[in-house]
Design a protein. Structure first.
Length: 290
């Protein structure tokens, strides 16, 4: 296990962070190491076996992992293509200030005390925002201002999609199905499509979802359906009934009920709120808007 010191990876002693894209050819690896700093890493392209704290986790594009100072890990390219890893490294002490200010009641912030670091999957839109952020910051000054800007934006992207939290040790077949079912064309088929992607019996899939996601297969799929519906409401002019039918629902009232349970507001209210409109009957911070 190679110890890596923060001061040794910086271009200048005054730098507050390091941001880079690492290109790892087939058959190569980032050797096992420990470090005195924290990292946020995500797969830009390709696949890698991430061995962390003695456990092996397959990482694919859009997977993001938050590495704490205590974690010991390595990345192995066991495939036939290179993988590209985006890496943001910084002193872990900075997280204490962020936790105190913004996440005082979240014990799992940045992985908390769990054995394995926290890993999430960024969906297409959030991944695009992350890539744009990196492109913008890649050649910026390595000052505290730009580090704060990077971290807060990344944490916003991560916390904005709790439904895509990936338990590191859940089986690969479930991870693959979990990632693939997010395709809107597949979401239309609902739980049946999810079970086909899993390639297991309905009972096996149900038990696995309860164990790893604390939800039924239907709840897992409907989370993604409601998140997609929210993006359509905010970013398109599609009628609500068309979005409902396009997600495979034949009951508008059921769609409304699921959407409000997920987002705390009706589909119409969500659209108006994200367009800057006002609407009767909804509550904003305890005040009715008329």
């Amino acid at each position: 296990m190679i110890p890596v010191k923060f001061k040794n990876i910086l271009s200048s002693p005054e730098d507050k962070f390091r941001l880079t894209r690492l290109f790892i050819p087939p058959g190569s690896q980032i050797y096992g190491h420990s470090h005195d700093f924290a990292e946020v890493n995500w797969m830009d392209s390709g696949e890698a076996l991430h061995v962390v704290n003695g456990e092996s986790v397959l990482m694919r594009p859009n997977h993001l992992v938050m590495i704490r100072k205590k974690d010991k890990h390595e990345f192995r390219n066991t495939g036939e293509s290179p993988f590209i890893l985006v890496s943001l490294a910084f002193r872990e002490e900075i997280l204490g200030d962020i936790r105190e200010r913004y996440f005082p009641d979240n014990p799992s912030f940045f992985g908390g005390d769990s054995k394995l670091p926290r890993m999430v999957e960024l969906d297409g839109n959030l991944r695009r925002h992350a890539d744009e952020l990196v492109d913008l910051m890649l050649y910026s000054p390595r000052t505290q201002f730009y580090l704060d800007l990077l971290l807060l934006n990344l944490l916003f992207l991560i916390e904005n999609q709790p439904s895509r939290e990936i338990p590191p040790l859940c089986p690969d077949w479930l991870k693959r199905a979990y990632g693939t079912i997010q395709n809107p064309e597949l979401l239309t088929g609902g739980v049946k499509n999810f079970q086909k992607l899993c390639g297991k019996s309905a009972t096996h899939v149900s038990r696995a979802c309860q164990k790893w996601f604390k939800a039924t297969p239907s709840e897992v799929v409907n989370r993604f359906r409601m998140d997609f519906a929210a993006r359509e409401l905010a970013g398109t002019e599609r009628p609500i009934v068309e979005i409902c039918l396009g997600m495979g629902f034949d009951s508008l009232s059921h769609f409304y009920s699921l959407f409000k349970k997920r987002h705390g507001i009706s589909p119409r209210g969500y659209r108006l709120r994200n367009r800057g409109g006002t609407f009767a009957g909804e509550i904003n911070n305890g005040y009715p808007i008329h």
